[in-house]
Design a protein around this ligand. Structure first.
Ligand code: SF4
Length: 458
């Protein structure tokens, strides 16, 4: 069967993946990991193509022409809360041409039966891209689905929950060669092109604002992960972005993976981890295996807030973690969530002071949004900060979706923009960026990203 894996076109640069859609905060755009993983699963049995309209910057008309040329029988598409009105209109037109449509994304994570009832063009909502539900649906074997919401032949709609939420999972090696060679952008990459990979699924931590913590936690074997790395290397790609949400959460497995990566001797890479997970042994292994940049969640400069949102560490642990990472010669990215209900001008000032004190190489501010299926969404609804039926939202920072108890949306957005400018426009910081680029190409990438970030924060 001809099957298209689709990242639909849109008016802006949307990042729709892993149940977290947003606009890009600057200019970055990495491979949508759901489609990367599904590419191996679908290609094992079908004639599969990938059309990433974000990477190729395709208009709606150009995207429709490309789809007509391939003439798929089925489309598996990303959708997002950030772009839902555009996505549903685009996909409804494809369904009207007789194509079967499956979709996955944050907007389908909660109340999915209702969403299918409202959207007659949608046959299937996938809730776990690490299993084989997509090929079961293509084979019309709905009875075997594990973790999906399906419209059956008799028109009834059912949410199936039989999937495993822990342990191991296997997927056929993702087909990275199906994705466009150009169009993806990642300012932390030290070389181009780069590939985006996933060696585990979900996250074992319970942070209440995060959807990934609601998915359970499963791992791929190190052998499978290294086979994918070798496939990527065979395509001439040696720069990697591991999208695992906490690299090293199963420490022995991470050390084994690092040993395998180090043996290849030709890799450089970026990964997410947590300040309390990144101990000296792990960091030394990561550095030895080619890691150059780690992205660490900080979230807040207030211990009470870290406890309330169940981060599982305090600010002292954050400081220790960043000190260790720097000792190992790795670049640091600190991610913070701003605009939680307790946020006021004072807490934003403390956040900026902590970001400066940690001497971050890069600062990433995420606007609090009530992600579907999270405890934080329930809290925001109870506080009257958002409505049960609010579907369209963006954490990218182009807008403030939520007011806080103390700040209106416009004020919150203005303060967040000021924080970005005050962090990035420090002369000492700019000098360090200029002097630390390893190549003219890296300098150009960072300059592009920096300018795009500042344009969005004036
Ligand atoms: S550790 Fe990170 S990925 Fe895991 S639940 Fe917390 S915020 Fe989400």
């Amino acid at each position: 069967m001809k099957v298209l894996l689709l990242n639909p076109p849109g008016r802006r640069v949307y990042i729709r993946d892993y149940l977290c859609s947003k606009t890009t905060k600057s200019n970055y755009l990495f491979h949508p990991i759901d489609l990367v993983v599904l590419s191996g699963t679908v290609a094992a049995e079908h004639d599969v193509r990938v059309l990433d309209c974000m990477a190729e910057a395709l208009t709606v008309e150009a995207a429709e022409a490309r789809i007509e040329a391939f003439a798929p029988e089925a489309i598996v598409s990303l959708v997002g809360a950030v772009s839902w009105p555009e996505d549903r209109a685009f996909l409804a037109r494809q369904a009207a041409r007789g194509r079967r449509i499956a979709a996955l994304g944050d907007v389908l994570h909660e109340h999915s039966e209702r969403r299918l009832a409202e959207e007659p063009w949608l046959e299937l909502a996938l809730h776990d891209f690490s299993n084989a539900d997509v090929v079961r649906w293509l084979a019309r074997d709905e009875g075997a689905l594990e973790e999906a919401t399906a419209r059956r032949a008799d028109g009834s709609i059912e949410r199936v929950r039989r999937g495993t939420r822990k342990g191991a999972f296997r997927v056929p090696t993702p087909r990275h060669e199906l994705f466009p060679r150009r169009g993806y952008r990642f300012s932390f990459a030290r070389r181009e092109p780069f590939a985006t990979l996933l060696t585990d699924y979900g996250c074992p931590y319970p942070c209440t604002f995060c959807v990934i913590g609601t998915l359970g936690f499963k791992t791929r074997s190190v052998e499978d992960a290294l086979a994918e790395v070798d496939h990527v290397r065979s395509l001439g790609i040696h720069e990697l972005f591991f999208l695992d949400q906490t690299f090293g959460v199963v420490k022995q497995r991470a050390l084994e993976l690092c040993r395998g990566l180090a043996l290849r001797r030709d890799l450089s890479w970026t990964a997410f981890t947590r300040p309390d997970t990144a101990d000296d042994q792990l960091l030394a292994a990561m550095r030895g295996a080619g890691c150059h940049t780690v992205i660490l969640g900080v979230e807040s400069a207030d211990d009470a807030r870290l406890a309330a949102y169940r981060k599982g560490y305090d600010v002292a642990a954050v400081r220790d973690g960043f000190r260790r990472v720097k000792r190992h010669g790795l670049r640091t990215v600190g991610t913070f969530i701003v605009g939680l209900p307790e946020e006021d001008a004072g807490s934003l000032r403390r956040t900026l002071e902590l970001a400066v004190e940690l001497d971050l190489d890069f600062l990433s501010l995420n606007m609090a949004v009530p992600r579907f299926g999270t405890p934080f969404r329930r809290q925001a609804i109870e506080l009257g900060l958002c409505g049960e039926d609010d579907l369209v939202m963006d954490q990218g920072g182009a807008d403030a979706f939520l007011p806080t108890k103390h700040l209106g949306r416009a004020e919150m957005l203005a303060l967040k923009k000021e924080m970005v400018r005050r962090f990035y426009l420090r002369p000492r910081y700019l000098l360090r960026r200029l002097s630390s680029a390893a190549s003219p190409g890296e300098l150009a990438r960072q300059a592009r990203e920096g300018l795009a970030l500042l344009r969005r924060n004036v």
